[in-house]
Design a binder for this molecule. Structure first.
Ligand code: ZN
Ligand code: ZN
Ligand code: ZN
Ligand code: ZN
Ligand code: ZN
Ligand code: ZN
Ligand code: ZN
Length: 479
């Protein structure tokens, strides 16, 4: 009997019967030599020989007693597999409980069919299905339609049988089931809703009252409005759905653009400054070129550094202008040179550095390439600008040089004129002295000055330069 158990784990050798080499089943202990065996094993052994199988001492069934309860519990609580494992049961349980499992609940225990005329034994799990289809059960005919049915299916058939007599719940007329549905559609006592119930009419009543209600139903009067309203609502719903789709697509595009902008910001790093901090923030919509230029130039104020500003007029030129005005008697407010010549030295605003265009509408890589090209263009512009500035400076220097030359000539002419005047004056003084009193023989301070000037004049020939000629020459130099 012990061979029918399959133990799930290794068993202590002290619990093994030396006859069957398996854990004890119903263990008994000898009173003479204190050896323990399965009850069945030792009975079989003693029927052959009245000796203890271990030590061969004399032994009879009267020397056997039930084993220690502790030992019984140890072997009864060993975990074993269900004996129906071969059939498919995977249950395991204590050995003392496995018999109850097999007897009462194991789905793979074979049980007899419930029909008295059937001799089959089927798995417990299949018993219900077998019982419903068991060929040994009786065949019964439906009393209404006379169709043959299995005995256990007759009740279900009669609930649906088309020929069974049924009663209309509204009018109480008796008819076969097949006629009930058409009858319900026309039965005058069946409760029906108003035809305008979908539009909100709460009325409900027997069908033969419906016509009376329709004549007074307030919803019936405006059913035309409901019809057009329904069409309009349907078209609006379609439009709404289309708009929702568009909004969804636009949101997707917006997310893409936002991701691009974020990537661009990350790429720009410290070169990025938000529109809020630029001067163009006043208007919410800025042209791409404006914002891009501001963005590129922001960290180092590149644009303001490169912004063209007219070079200030040399301070010396203003002083020369004042001097000429004093000499020629013209207003000091008037320009020193003719007005039409002045713009030649003004900084040309229209030749300001060209703002490199940056295309940020393409991909991030395209935008970066564009930015790089823009920086290169700016560097080139800066270079040419400084060269232009050098040329302007040189021209200005040459002009100043010529002005100084012409001024020297003017001063020389003035000196000659002063010399002439002093000469005339000293001659007049000498003449007066000779014709005047003899007491003033030494001539006084005036005569001394005149002689000195005369000596100076002898170093070179007196030169008279008309002032008008000098001014014209200066003008030519300017040009
Ligand atoms: Zn013994
Ligand atoms: Zn045994
Ligand atoms: Zn089982
Ligand atoms: Zn059966
Ligand atoms: Zn029937
Ligand atoms: Zn009816
Ligand atoms: Zn109504």
């Amino acid at each position: 009997m012990s061979a029918s158990y399959t133990y799930t784990e290794n068993v202590n050798t002290n619990l093994i019967c030396c006859i069957c080499r398996a854990p004890f089943v119903d263990p008994v202990t000898t009173t003479t030599c204190a050896h323990t065996f399965c009850l069945e094993c030792i009975h079989t052994a003693l029927s052959i020989s009245s000796q203890c199988p271990v030590d061969r001492s004399r032994l009879t069934v009267h020397d056997l007693r039930g084993a220690n309860p502790l030992l019984r519990n140890l072997v009864d609580e060993l975990v074993v597999e269900c004996p129906n494992r071969q059939s498919g049961c995977n249950e395991t349980s204590q050995r003392q409980l496995v018999g109850i499992h097999v007897r009462d609940s194991c789905p793979y225990t074979k049980v007899p069919c419930s029909h008295p005329n059937c001799n089959q034994r089927v798995y417990r799990k299949d018993a219900r299905l077998h019982s419903e289809t068991c060929p040994a059960q009786g065949i019964l005919a439906c009393p209404d339609c006379k169709v043959d049915c299995l005995a256990n299916e007759l009740e279900a058939h009669r609930r649906l049988c088309a020929l069974e007599e049924v009663t209309c719940n509204a009018c109480g007329v008796i008819m076969i089931r097949a006629e009930l549905a058409p009858h319900t559609d026309i039965c005058p006592l069946v409760a029906v809703p108003c035809e305008q119930a979908a539009n909100g009419c709460p009325w409900s009543g027997a069908r033969h009252h419906l016509l009376d209600h329709v004549s007074t139903c307030p919803y019936e009067a405006i059913k035309g409005f409901f019809a057009t309203h329904t069409v309009k609502v349907a078209s609006l719903e379609d439009e709404n759905a289309a708009l929702r789709r568009q909004v969804g697509e636009l949101e997707g595009q917006l997310r893409c653009v936002a991701a691009d902008v974020h990537a661009t910001r990350v790429s720009l790093g410290p070169w990025f400054r938000s529109d809020a901090s630029t001067s163009s923030a006043a208007s919410p919509v800025v042209s791409p070129n404006t914002s891009t230029a501001a963005t590129v130039s922001s960290p180092v104020s590149l644009a303001s550094d490169l912004a063209p500003s007219p070079p200030p007029r040399p301070d010396g030129a203003r002083r020369i202008s004042a001097l000429n005005a004093a000499l020629l008697g013209v207003s000091s407010d008037a320009p020193y040179v003719p007005p039409d010549a002045e713009p030649a030295f003004e900084y040309d605003h229209h030749r300001a550095l060209p703002a490199p265009t940056i295309n940020i509408n393409t991909s991030l890589e395209g935008a970066l390439t564009s930015l790089r090209n823009s920086v290169v263009a700016l560097a080139g512009s800066l270079d040419s600008s400084s060269r232009r500035h050098d040329v302007t400076l040189m021209t200005e220097t040459l002009r100043m040089h010529e002005e100084v030359q012409s001024l020297r000539a003017i001063v020389h002419g003035l000196r000659m004129q002063v010399h002439q005047l002093m000469m005339e004056r000293s001659q007049m003084g000498l003449y007066a002295a000779r014709s005047g009193a003899a007491g003033a023989g030494d001539g006084g301070p005036w005569s001394t000055r005149a002689e000195y000037l005369n000596e100076q004049s002898s170093t070179g020939p007196p030169m008279m330069v008309p002032l008008t000629t000098t001014v014209r020459r200066t003008t030519e130099n300017k040009l």
